[in-house]
Design a protein around this ligand. Structure first.
Ligand code: GLY
Length: 332
């Protein structure tokens, strides 16, 4: 029962945060402009661990998600681009050891941190991504640099790191990403692997992301992660894959996913949601629910944020736990 309660909290925090931010829209001087300003963030949709979360930790997560929302919203409120709002929100979470992204990234089976990230501009479908970086402090900034400063969409490992250095991004020693909490998670995963026990579902969770809509009506999405605890070195998840963990197009929607990346890749989840909106004219909630239901049928777990250029959105979309009142999200 305790674990059940704890698992709800991460999602509710995102919900409250999003509502707070949307509430600010009504008070903003640009609120009358059409479309509305919107930013949604997620910090993972999974269990927060077998021992649950203390009140202190709950407050810390709530504050961190609030900071991400406020930081991203400040960009929008000044007339900034959705792309910059998404980036700014994600940087705050990458700098916070609470999240499985940047500073708080999980460890590979070899005891290293390999980080993935991507960003996409709905205005023109430009995109950038980095995979498997080990010394870049903020992978979302490297993804943005790939998009803006190179002819490519994705760079990996040492090539991505060399590019990040050339671009003058903050480079840190691999030890920067050490946190005791993540190391302890790795030790538990190693013990389970030795005992040939399945890894807990929570080893796949904690990715961060954001989607936003700016005053010019453009949407954007970004996602950043350390991946999954005890992943093989070289394993790349959905977060840096455009169309899987991240997607944005003004023709349809912006999506950032969190969860078991292999399923989001196989299900081309982010693009599938937006394709439903674009070609089938699905309501955004219905599109997100259907794609999550499809992933669930495949055995996948996770969640998504999704936002349209009209400002409609879906963010209570995840299947990582049984929330009271949560129906089967598959529409009738
Ligand atoms: N969703 C993050 C990952 O699987 O790497």
């Amino acid at each position: 029962m305790a674990k059940f309660t704890y698992m709800i909290l991460l999602v509710v925090m995102a919900l409250l945060g999003a509502c707070q931010s949307l509430g600010e829209v009504d008070k903003s001087p640009v609120a009358d402009a059409s479309p509305p300003l919107v930013i949604l963030v997620h910090g993972g949709a999974g269990s927060v661990g077998p021992k649950g979360m203390s009140k202190k930790d709950q407050a810390a997560y709530r504050a961190a998600l609030g900071l991400a929302l406020d930081t991203g919203y400040a960009v929008l409120a000044k007339g900034g681009r959705s792309l910059d709002a998404v980036q700014a929100a994600i940087v705050t979470m990458e700098n916070n050891p609470l999240f499985n992204a940047g500073k708080g990234a999980v460890f590979t089976a070899e005891g290293k941190n390999e980080l993935d990230s991507s960003i996409m501009d709905g205005r023109n479908r430009n995109a950038g991504a980095v995979a498997g970086v080990t010394i870049v402090k903020n992978p979302i900034l490297a993804a943005r640099a790939v998009m803006d400063k190179s002819p490519h969409v994705m760079m990996a490992r040492d090539g991505a790191e060399a590019f990040a250095k050339e671009q003058g991004l903050d480079i840190v020693p691999p030890s920067y990403f050490f946190t005791q909490k993540r190391w302890d998670q790795l030790e538990r995963a190693r013990a389970r692997a030795k005992a040939k026990a399945a890894l807990p579902a929570s080893s796949h969770f904690g990715t961060v992301g954001a989607v936003a809509l700016d005053a010019d009506g453009h949407i954007a999405a970004g996602t950043s992660t350390g991946g999954m605890t005890y992943k093989r070195f070289g394993r790349i998840g959905d977060s840096p894959i455009i169309g899987a963990g991240t997607y944005a197009s003004d023709l349809s929607c912006a999506v950032s996913a969190t969860g078991w990346g292999e399923f989001f890749i196989r299900g081309t989840a982010a693009r599938d949601i937006c394709a439903r909106v674009q070609w089938n004219h699905d309501d955004i909630q219905e599109a997100a629910d259907l794609v999550l239901a499809d992933l669930e049928d495949m055995g996948g777990t996770g969640g998504v944020l999704a936002l349209t250029p009209k400002g409609t959105y879906a963010f209570f979309v995840y299947n990582t736990n049984d929330v009271p009142g949560r129906k089967n999200r598959r529409p009738e």
